[in-house]
Design a protein around this ligand. Structure first.
Ligand code: COA
Ligand code: ZN
Length: 321
């Protein structure tokens, strides 16, 4: 039987970045700050707070500096941010983020749509940024979008995933996130890619950024766990999606993931009760229902009272012998 046996799993919460970047209605800065402060009290080890993208490209996160300045940083929490280019890194450094998560796509078409650069131009700029940031003591991570498929190109060459991973790690990236931007991955593919990453880069930190676009998010997570992965991005309520990847929808839902890990015996350090409270505020913040399921159904150990009429049924069954 595959079980957690106390294995430590690191979760990075991304709803205020991946989730809010695609929300049609601007989430007010104060509401973003309040939610991040609430999430900071749940035991999450890392929160991807926002993104320092061009405000023209991602208008919903145009308040990135204000959000970073507004939050109360809890000790033990890494406050990360997404950065698409050098200008973004300068903005992130100015507000003293803990970690910079640089992003590029392994699909040429998605990279052009999302970042308005070729993959080569992005990779060169990110590598340069990593080298520049290395001396500031701030950790960098590199997220590779569309690793498991691109909605415009279809399958991407796995060799490209390893080529860009290698270049960004060689530049000094602290880790790589393999991103399934539009939920095109399946469990067998995820297991194979995790094994291959670990074979090629045995000392590099690896994270999985999985979307539930086709309902395979938790299945893919399980496959990654079995292949040895222990770092995952996830979003409260299961919000999320890249506005420049056609058909993109939400990430793996954080509270559903933590619930699954907890019942399987993994350790996350997260208080699921507090996390569910955050999740239950989310529909009010974004003004619509969210995909997460455990916040609606309750935990498997949250029992419902039996209906009052059952006493009569039980009594009749007893009389029948
Ligand atoms: N933050 C703020 N402003 C930025 C910026 C950044 N990171 N990068 C560029 N700009 C500004 C420039 O200063 C310039 O401003 P100006 O018009 O006032 O002179 C303008 O944006 C254009 O700069 P340019 O370098 O030509 O950028 P671009 O228009 O080609 O856009 C990106 C390139 C990468 C900045 C943009 O495509 C982007 O932010 N993409 C991110 C998309 C994203 O986050 N997707 C979801 C996550 S996967
Ligand atoms: Zn994503």
């Amino acid at each position: 039987m595959f079980a957690g046996q106390g294995r430590q799993i690191h979760i990075c919460e991304v709803t205020t970045r991946d989730g809010f970047q695609i929300e049609p209605t601007f989430v007010p800065t104060a509401a973003k700050v309040a939610l991040i402060d609430e999430l900071s009290r749940t035991g999450l080890p890392k929160i991807e707070v926002t993104s320092f993208a061009s405000p023209k490209a991602i208008p919903s996160l145009r308040d990135a500096e204000e959000v970073f300045r507004g939050i109360t940083r809890a000790s033990g929490v890494i406050y990360s941010c997404l950065v698409p280019n050098q200008r973004g890194a300068e903005r992130a450094l100015a507000v003293k983020v803990d970690e910079i998560n640089l992003v590029m796509s392994v699909s040429e078409t998605h990279n052009l749509a999302n970042l308005r650069m070729t993959r080569e131009q992005s990779c060169a700029q990110l590598a340069e940024t990593i080298r520049a940031v290395r001396h500031s003591g701030i950790v960098t991570n590199a997220s590779l979008s569309a690793c498991f498929g691109c909605p415009m190109e279809g399958l991407v060459a796995e060799a490209d995933v390893w080529r860009f991973s290698e270049r960004l790690l060689a530049a000094g990236a602290g880790g790589i996130s393999l991103c399934d931007t539009t939920g095109m991955a399946h469990p067998a593919q995820v297991a194979g890619m995790v094994e291959e990453f670990r074979r090629r880069f045995p000392t590099a930190a690896l994270a999985l950024h999985l979307h539930n676009t086709r309902g395979m998010g938790l299945a893919n997570t399980l496959a990654a766990l079995q292949a040895g992965a222990d770092r995952f991005d996830a979003s409260l309520g299961g919000l999320g999606g890249c506005p420049y990847a056609p058909g993109a929808t939400g990430n793996v839902c954080t509270e559903d993931l933590v619930h699954m890990l907890e019942v399987m015996g993994f350790t996350t350090g997260i208080d699921l009760g507090l996390l569910l409270e955050c999740a239950r505020h989310l529909p009010e913040i974004v003004g619509h229902d969210v995909p997460g399921q455990v916040a609606k159904a309750g935990r498997i150990r949250d029992l419902h009272p039996e209906p009052a009429w059952l006493a009569e049924v039980r009594e009749k069954a007893r009389e029948r012998g």
